[in-house]
Design a protein around this ligand. Structure first.
Ligand code: NAD
Length: 469
């Protein structure tokens, strides 16, 4: 561990202490202040949109500006606006009924902020995946410490300085550093820990949280399949899948990881997807609208996966591109791999890049079995014009979320909980679900001075005999 990292670790311990005492001084942040917090966050995005998009692009080598505007800035601005609009309703104490045997009395659920929460974010949408949980935590009235990914240091630094201008340090703060800092961060005794990243590290985070009995949300990854049925027009499926897969060069947790297509249609679907990519990008190697791979390590890994499939006899499809410029710009052109070997890394690991295997299936049940035999993915997509068929796919599989005839965009519907299940994660957020993630629902039962429950104490009278009837 470097000296700077050791210092960061000391700093975060004292920040946690000061956030905890600030929280105790204001346990129930009033609604007006929470709304102002959300406004400040949205303003910060609006006023610094160019600088934030530049920082993200610097981190990636090239990040399509339009992608940063849509998926990072606009997303957070809308999310904050939605939370502000519904906050009054979300914060309200809920009354619940009281059974006759417990009457008279009133029961209610108070929605209280959990306290000081930690957010660990990944590099693929380095701004949004730190800020969307922040929106939820601010709406819930919490204090927040954020640990962004070390792979996107420029974005980490700009978040740190902009949030320091907009919020007191004992309200919202950013801690930068690598895995050692991340590890120490997840060992802090937060009131909730919110982690987005790989399933591997997620397991370590869950163990660190368990040590302190800190409640934890895990937003992890996995292999999200797209099932194309014969009923769905191939070109329309190709358009949708090509868009979702090549957005951010496939570095999206809910991107279609691989496609299951009816036997015999794999190649024509693959060619249609490559045609879509050709239409979207002049030459992916030189077009700024196509995002680069975040690091040399990730670039080498993806190339290694393609080569392994090629050696294993799979056919590789790519649009025309300038191979030298692609290498220099750390870009992997949109790539389709037809029927890679089942034991290849393309079929056993989350790909997280613009490489799309298409494998054939005989019957729809074989396709759903393929999915059901593996870890539950973060998302599943089905393309079908037949409602019963789509329903059958949903019935026979499980995934964090799902899209019918569409991909990615279920996560933009603010009232849908966003999260995984099993190996793809636990817990969820967005909209009210995010507010609830950082909220403790506290049960309160009130009675007056006199209540018949007193008759349930010794010395027992006749009352207890009626209780079980
Ligand atoms: P990662 O797990 O390598 O890193 C995520 C964060 O964890 C970083 O901030 C990192 O510094 C920190 N970290 C690393 N080692 C740590 C440790 N030992 N203890 C604590 N923290 C540690 O993930 P990544 O490569 O940045 O992101 C890619 C993965 O994230 C993919 O699997 C993707 O599917 C997943 N992801 C999921 C979602 C979702 O919403 N479910 C969104 C985006 C990405």
């Amino acid at each position: 561990m470097s000296e700077a990292e050791a210092k960061q670790i000391e700093r975060m311990k004292s920040l946690l202490a000061s956030q905890k005492s600030a929280f105790r001084a204001e346990r129930h942040r009033p609604i007006d202040k929470r709304k102002a917090d959300l406004d400040r966050l949205a303003d910060l995005c609006r006023k610094n949109a160019d600088a934030i998009a530049d920082a993200i692009s610097q981190d990636f080598g090239n990040r399509a500006r339009q992608e940063s505007v849509i998926a990072e800035l606009a997303f957070v601005i809308q999310d904050a606006g939605h939370a502000k609009k519904h906050l009054g309703k979300w914060m309200k104490t809920r009354k619940v009924g009281v059974p006759l045997t417990l009457a008279p009395g009133s029961a209610s659920i108070r929605r209280e902020p959990k306290g000081v929460v930690g957010i660990v974010s990944p590099w693929n949408y380095p701004f949004q995946l730190a800020m969307a949980p922040l929106v939820a935590a601010l709406a819930a009235g919490c204090r927040v410490m954020i640990k962004p990914s070390e792979y996107t240091p420029a974005t980490g630094e700009i978040m740190k300085s902009l949030l320091a201008e907009a919020f007191e340090e004992d309200h919202v703060t950013v801690i930068t550093g690598g895995p050692a800092v991340g590890e120490a961060f997840t060992k802090l005794k937060f009131d909730h820990l919110f982690y987005t990243g790989s399933t591997q590290v997620g397991r370590l985070v869950a163990m660190a949280a368990a040590d302190n009995l800190v409640p934890v949300t895990l937003e992890l990854g996995g292999k999200s399949p797209a099932i194309v049925t014969p009923s769905y027009p191939q070109d329309a499926a190709a358009k949708s899948i090509g868009w979702g897969k090549f957005f951010n060069a496939g570095q999206t947790c809910v991107a279609p990881d691989y496609v299951l297509a009816p036997n015999g249609s794999e190649k024509s679907l693959g060619e249609a997807i490559i045609k879509v990519a050709q239409h979207q990008f002049d030459d992916s190697a030189t077009d700024d609208a196509y995002t680069a791979i975040v690091s040399d390590r990730h670039y080498e890994r993806l190339n290694g996966m393609i080569e392994e499939a090629r050696t294993g006899g799979a056919e590789i499809l790519q649009p025309k591109h300038d191979a030298e410029a692609a290498r220099a710009g750390r870009k992997i052109p949109p790539t389709v791999v037809i029927n890679p070997p089942a034991d290849s890394r393309l079929m056993t690991e989350e790909i997280f890049g613009p490489v799309l295997p298409i494998i054939g299936y005989s019957e729809l049940d074989a396709a759903t079995d393929h999915v059901a035999d593996r870890d539950h993915p973060l998302a599943l997509y089905v393309y079908s014009t037949d409602k019963t068929e789509a329903e059958r796919v949903l019935d026979n599989t499980m995934s964090g979320g799902a899209g019918v005839n569409i991909n990615l965009l279920h996560l933009s519907v603010p009232d849908l909980p966003f999260g995984g299940v099993g190996a793809s994660g636990q817990g969820s957020y967005h909209g009210e679900h995010g507010f609830l993630t950082f909220t403790h629902e506290r049960s309160v039962f009130r009675t007056g001075k006199w209540h018949p429950s007193r008759l349930l104490a010794p010395p027992y009278g006749k009352m207890y005999e009626t209780v079980a009837k």
